[in-house]
Design a binder for this molecule. Structure first.
Ligand SMILES: *[C@@H]1O[C@H](CO)[C@@H](O)[C@H](O)[C@H]1NC(C)=O
Length: 991
């Protein structure tokens, strides 16, 4: 959450409003609080560079000296020289191109002089001198094994070095020496080009030349005027490098919103153009409130004028359809066309801007066979650090998500409660309030699993304490919730109140574990508690200390059913530049905050995850920690939500592409606040939001402190009933969701999937981002996001039959289909060809469903076949890592007229057997066949056989009912209680 109004925070408000203008209540985002590219020196310089390069016959001054090239163990090394003005020494940039076994290539470019520490820092700074080179240490966990097979091409060609790599040498990197550039090819066809437009720009270290005294005097004058004049004056001098040189006004110091960045290392940007020839769509680089298919960012009708920005920030009342930065950053982009998906991962944690331009070449009628095509040109600009890019050549979307996951880790398998419904608000005000809300859910028969506490539960915003007046008996509250297997999530933020009588801040200071200011003292800023300091989780000692704070005897009043929410970890600093930390702050090992900013939130999130693992010796449960800030790798330790949205239809609509984008970008455990955080949703909007929220992998209702209560039972009839139905649908499908999470955890697949991911050959559907598929289940939802809607138009990509989930109405044929969607109806279809696992018994929480029987919905495709999978484990411990799980494949073979369950578990262990024993009595209680063949009409029994059954029971007849098709509704059939075990092999014969 972010700021509230003045009334509730008088002290903070008065103090801060004197410091800056952040606190004026507003209805829209305060643009003036966040930089535009033009206000961010390095972005402006590099955009100017791009414009100049396009306007002139520009040649990039970077050249790879062929004499320096060596190739060893799958890695090419060499030196790229940047030529400055005549007579000046060249800048030496060490290059590596590493070819990985996975078929991914990695390119790094460093700067020798900074690397050697042969530079001077200004202001006596203690900061590190080299370009930041540890992003990989935090983001990468695997996939770095080099390819033994990678080889330099034997055919020497003037001006190029070629390397064959990837599966059967299908990939080729063509490295051009001068100007330096790389083309990545698959099967001889170029997919990705580096420095094709000559925008490579490594801002090398240089000594500051003090401006003439005239300029000095101006410093006394008006800030803005000074900047303008200075820029103008410099225009003439811009001759030394770049197409027209660089604008020096922001090299050494930058002031924004009253904060001055001392920039002790001077300019240090790393920028590169990356082109995708023949591609029309690029996706990824969350987090932005924008469409899935990224827009052009350099102006024009309906396009953006600003680049997509990645600089984790607490953006108050963020706006829709915007490239503005938000709370998290994943610099992974994928380009998609028919037959090919490729991508890049820009491993850099500093402030980053990405321009996207689509360049269309129209068909030339004179050149036969030359079709018109579109190229996507991107321009990546980071403020500091190494240039470090991974290149993925696909060719499928599945290859990309798997390979990216191999590098940065897959989604942590959550506890099963974590994918059920979460009820949050700022704030449930007392422990009695919590119990009361809990009782009301029960009274209205509404399922929920988790209730949340925002910051007000603490004693004066001191984390790890409870307000003694309002949360009198937290232990009793936890016990109350545990009766129905429910959990409590409490918020813990990274800012530590700077006050007396608070052991946590005393220890933080005494142990020296806080983030430091540029002079090496403990950095102090403002956040919820007022004056605060921030734990520096880049410091291993800080993580060790943090772990201790969560032990039950340290964080008293918590219990095994307490879990944690990390908010404000961008970090949000109310009086800092752009609501975050000064860039010249120092972290562990003297890295500047500038270098690590986008990773900061992840280190804190990770530390909390680690702490939750060690609350008590021997009690090992999968942690659940929600984060707002994130980076590549955050998926390994928890879930994210899209921050402080508004109770408006546009925010409901935007949540779908945002969550889809999280999915294909490796962090699929995501969701938006149901109902909208700020403002009061109408009952209709709230209802539609629940009907949408049941399709977010992370499903939580949340509301701002100034809003009215809106728990599902409050809206009244018919809204409460309709919302309850939506919640029940989520609970009914939990087995399918859990299976989708297992796919995310093992192969990096998104949990909800956009059209292009399921139908990569369907060009018309590439940009479709307002409907979604749930895992591999074939469930296709098109949530209603428009007020007063009575129907929706669902896009169908293929010629399979799609059945309405509720009444089996058939929709078939590629194109748009109108599906009824009055308020009480959720537009949900089932693609033919799947088996969907469910649990149909209504319960109060998911924990109470643990041993419930299953229903299988067999949805036949146009050829009469279907298949699906189910993954189940104890939903709680890590025993699944030792084999304690059930993984089945169900398939219906239309020719053989039989449904079978086969084992997907690769090899049973002692733990597998023990787990199977606990699940021995859990059965399939119903099989529904949708699109049932006519030949089944009149049949009243089917034959069931199960592995390991006693001879006498080996073949059993069980009851069967057939329902004829009527109108557009498909025929269907039900097998009543076949009583086959969910963990065993079996067959149901329909012939
Ligand atoms: C997470 O914490 C572990 C244990 O302290 C540490 O080894 C690891 O580097 C941390 N990872 C991140 C991304 O912070």
């Amino acid at each position: 959450m972010m700021f509230t109004t003045a009334a509730r925070w008088p002290a903070v408000f008065l103090l801060l409003s004197a410091l800056c203008t952040l606190f004026v209540p507003a209805v829209t985002v305060k643009h003036e609080n966040f930089k535009t590219c033009d206000q961010s020196g390095f972005c402006k310089r590099n955009r100017q560079f791009a414009d100049d390069a396009a306007a002139s016959s520009w040649t990039s001054p970077y050249a790879l000296d062929p004499a320096t090239i060596t190739f060893k163990n799958g890695q090419l090394s060499g030196t790229v020289f940047k030529t400055l003005k005549e007579g000046e020494a060249q800048v030496r940039l060490p290059l590596t191109v590493t070819f990985l076994e996975s078929g991914v290539a990695r390119v790094t470019l460093d700067e020798e002089r900074r690397l050697k520490g042969d530079v001077d820092l200004r202001h006596g700074s203690q900061a590190r001198k080299e370009r930041y080179n540890e992003a990989g240490k935090w983001a990468l966990v695997g996939g770095l094994k080099v390819a033994d097979g990678a080889a330099l091409s034997e055919k020497a060609e003037a001006g190029y070095t070629k390397v064959f790599y990837g599966d059967a040498g299908k990939h080729q990197a063509v490295i051009r020496h001068a100007p330096f550039g790389i083309e990545f090819q698959r099967d001889g066809e170029t997919q990705i080009k580096f420095n094709d437009r000559g925008l490579l720009n490594m801002e090398h270290w240089r000594q500051k030349v003090e401006p003439p005294p005239k300029e000095e005097e101006k410093k006394e004058g008006d800030e803005e005027n000074k900047d303008e004049e200075k820029t103008e004056e410099k225009v003439e001098e811009k001759k030394d490098e770049g197409p027209k040189g660089e604008d020096e006004s922001t090299w050494w110091e930058e002031t924004f919103g009253g904060n001055t960045d001392s920039k002790p290392r001077g300019p240090e940007a790393a920028a590169l153009d990356i082109s995708f020839p023949g591609y029309e769509h690029v996706f990824g680089i969350p987090e932005h409130a924008t469409r899935l298919s990224l827009k052009t960012t350099r102006g024009g009708d309906g396009n953006y004028k600003e680049p997509y920005r990645l600089y984790n920030a607490d953006v108050f009342e963020y706006e829709m359809d915007s490239p503005m930065t938000l709370y998290g950053a994943i610099p992974f982009m994928q380009a998609h066309r028919k037959g090919s998906t490729v991508g890049v991962f820009w491993l850099n944690a500093a402030e980053t801007w990405v321009d996207v331009v689509k360049s269309k070449t129209t068909a030339n009628p004179l050149a036969l066979g030359l079709k018109g095509h579109t190229d996507i040109q991107t321009h990546w600009i980071s403020e500091s650090g190494l240039l470090d890019v991974f290149v993925f050549l696909g060719p499928t979307p599945q290859d990309l998500t798997r390979q990216y996951g191999e590098l940065t880790g897959y989604t942590a398998m959550p506890q099963s409660f974590a994918i059920a419904y979460h009820q949050c608000r700022w704030n449930y005000v007392t422990d009695e309030d919590v119990k009361d809300v809990d009782r009301k859910f029960d009274k209205f028969n509404i399922p929920y699993d988790v209730i949340w506490l925002d910051i007000e539960y603490t004693h004066e915003k001191k984390y790890f304490t409870w307000d003694p007046l309002t949360f009198v008996n937290p232990t009793k509250m936890h016990k109350h919730l545990d009766k129905r297997e429910r959990k409590l999530v409490a918020i813990i933020d990274p800012h530590i109140k700077n006050t007396n009588d608070y052991p946590v801040i005393d220890e933080l200071k005494k142990k020296g574990l806080a983030v430091k200011n540029k002079d090496g003292g403990d950095y102090e800023g403002w956040c919820w508690p007022g004056s605060s300091m921030w734990i520096d989780c880049f410091n291993p000692a800080a993580i060790t200390w943090w772990k201790g704070l969560f032990k039950y005897d340290s964080f008293k009043g918590t219990a095994p059913n307490t879990f944690i929410w990390n908010d404000m970890n961008e970090p949000s600093v109310f009086n800092g530049p752009e609501t975050t930390m000064p860039k010249d702050n120092l972290h562990h090992d003297n890295w500047e905050h500038r270098d690590v900013h986008n990773i900061n939130g992840m280190t804190f999130h990770n530390a909390t995850y680690e702490a939750m693992l060690e609350r008590k010796k021997g009690e090992i449960r999968r942690p659940f920690v929600l984060t707002r800030a994130f980076y590549s790798g955050s998926q390994r330790v928890g879930a994210m939500w899209t921050g402080d949205n508004l109770a408006e239809w546009s925010h409901l609509e935007a949540s779908i592409p945002m969550v889809l984008n999280q999915g294909i970008s490796g962090f699929p455990f995501s969701g938006a606040d149901v109902g909208g955080f700020f403002g009061n949703p109408s009952k209709e909007l709230l209802t539609r939001w629940y009907q949408t929220g049941i399709f977010y992998p992370f499903f939580r209702g949340h509301a701002h402190i100034d809003t009215r209560r809106r728990e599902p039972y409050i809206a009244g009839s018919p809204y409460t009933e309709i919302i309850t139905q939506a919640l029940r649908l989520r609970y009914q499908l939990l087995p399918a969701w859990y299976t989708a999470f297992h796919e995310a955890a093992t192969i990096g697949a998104p949990i909800i999937r956009p059209n292009f991911y399921i139908h990569p050959e369907d060009e018309k559907g590439f940009a479709v981002d307002d409907q979604l598929y749930v895992g591999s289940t074939g469930l296709l939802a098109k949530p209603v996001t428009k007020e007063g809607a009575e129907s929706v138009s669902v896009y169908i990509a293929d010629d399979q039959p799609y059945y309405n989930y509720f009444d089996y109405t058939v929709y078939q044929g590629a194109g748009q289909h109108t599906v009824p969607a009055p308020l009480d109806t959720i537009p949900l279809l089932m693609q033919g060809g799947h088996v969907i696992p469910r649990r149909d018994r209504p319960r109060r929480s998911s924990g109470l469903m643990k041993f419930d029987p299953f229903t299988l919905v067999v949805v036949l495709d146009k050829d009469g076949n279907a298949a699906g999978t189910l993954y189940v484990d104890d939903g709680e411990t890590f025993d699944y890592q030792q084999g304690a799980y059930i993984h089945r494949r169900f398939s219906f073979d239309g020719k053989r007229n039989a449904l079978t369950s086969t084992n997907l578990h690769p090899r049973a262990t002692v733990k597998t057997d023990a787990y199977l024993k606990t699940m021995a009595k859990v059965r399939v209680e119903k099989v529904i066949v949708v699109g049932a063949p006519k030949a089944w009409k009149g049949k009243s029994q089917v034959v069931v056989s199960e592995e390991g059954a006693k001879e006498s029971a080996r073949k059993r007849q069980v009851g069967f009912e057939y329902y004829e098709s009527s109108g557009k509704k498909a025929a269907w059939a039900v097998v009543r209680d076949p009583k086959v075990a969910i963990g065993k092999g079996w067959k149901i014969d329909f012939s």
